[in-house]
Design a protein around this ligand. Sequence first.
Ligand SMILES: [Zn+2]
Length: 599
Amino acid sequence: MKHFLLSIPLALLCGCTQPVVQSALVNEVDVFLASYSETYLGLQLKSAEADWALNTKIVEGDDSNSKAYEVAEGKVAEFTGSVEVIEKARRYLAGASALNDLQVRQLKAILYAAARNPQTKPELVTARIKADAAQTEALFGFDFKINGKSVSTNEIDRILEEENDEQVRLAAWASSKEVGKGLKKGLANLVSLRNKTVQTLGYKDFFQYQVSDYGMTVPEMMELMRRFARELRPLYRELHTWARYRLAKKFGKEVPDLLPAHWLPNRWGQSWSSMVKVKGFDLDGVLSSFKPEKLVRQAEDFYVSLGFEALPRSFYERSSLYPLPKGTPYKKNNHASAWHMDLEEDVRCLMSVEPNANWWETTHHELGHIYYYIEYTSPYVPPLLREGANRGFHEAIGSLLGLASMQKGFLQGRGLIAGDAEVDELQVLLREALDFVVFIPFSTGTMTHFEHDLYAAGLPISSYNERWWKYVAEFQGIRPPAGRGEEFCDAASKTHINNDAAQYYDYAISYILLHQFHRHIARKILGQDPRNTNYYGNKKIGSFLRSILKLGATRDSRAVLRESIGEDISARALLDYFEPLLEYLRKENAGRRHTLGDI
Ligand SMILES: [Zn+2]
């Protein structure tokens, strides 16, 4: 969540490099930034409080919380996109060479935020917000049905993960895509509105706008994504071949060239890990006797062991950490999230922790966001720059600690699996690859290329479904069970096509980055095998992480990466991690036909 607080006087931030007498322009910009930050904070805090209430207390038939949030968020939009703010930020940026780096970064952040809600075209903004809300409601309010009977998406997921009957699977998969038909027109309308909104501020299209947050051009981002997909291709090709033969045997069918989508244990074929069960690694069993509170306390204890402070008491007082007790007359959002309410000390988590391996990993992940917030909340980071080095960094840090919390050495050290547990390490690697590696062609390939075409290449609505499946086949090697004409819009069944659009590459980047950080820690700090580490109690790891977190968004993310681990973004660490698996799969697949082409 992006919530800003009062500006710190810049002289305090850059005292060492400021000339004794600041230019009039520098002073004027300081005054503007301080005033903007103060107003923004007041409005944003109200919006965050309303958003928190909306997510933690959902009363059926009572829309007062959502109305309050709309009003508060509307005021934020009005201010951040106001004509005066846009004009001033633009004018000051025109003289950027006379300003200091922190000022330029803050002004750019202001203009970036303005492009979402430019009040120079208020009717566009209103139409976009309305269309956004309608699309979200149509997706989340959809009545999924199998054979005429309503089902939840959890039930659809369970069928795709566990069911052996191919016809039952087919019905579940097909039902999951029905929602797309009704979303197609709304999506086309949103694409047009999102593009027009940011064009007001001079961006070519919404895709370019989102990419610009990384300081990159669209061709640079697309090339980076294709590079990741290409580098992982040999390993993905082995996984693809292994899965084709394994699933054809399971369903008693000929081995297909492309994987039928309904054979896979995920609605979009983006994660296949439930195809593998690993013996001797029963974290669920051990954790089932824990109270949920113990998971959160142990995750905090892990961070403290690395040298981070204990969480502020207010974290426990204000967060919503556990499922609501039975009989509570309202509901809450069950998805995990981490909140920085005021961009100062008020940090909270919204979770529904239960004692199992999934929540164990998730709790460690969410606390990664919380410690990121805590570290960059300092006089050295102006409130407008209290963000990750880029969008991928915030996710990577959480996922890094999540990964570390699941490794055998760590779990043995914590007494959560037996010291002499016999675990088939190749099966562990295979299960991990079916998440981390399988996700890359989906995120860098299908999602990013399709959204690029939607926003930046003017893809006509009459080609949405054909283009979607072209990329699914090319990058993921998957085909639909039967013909999918343009009456469908299968892409729109994915939340991120509708909401948080055109930024799915964030997740690919975070997977790549987290492996680079992890390899650096394992090899350079711990001297351990990256596939089996124990971070616990190592203060050097804490110092290393804090050196990255404390910078927030005050520096270019590429420089931060280079200075912290001595390399640029690269899939090498991810590939090295799975090297033993590549050898194993090559043997398993010996004599089998590979059908994935080059990209
Ligand atoms: Zn996260």
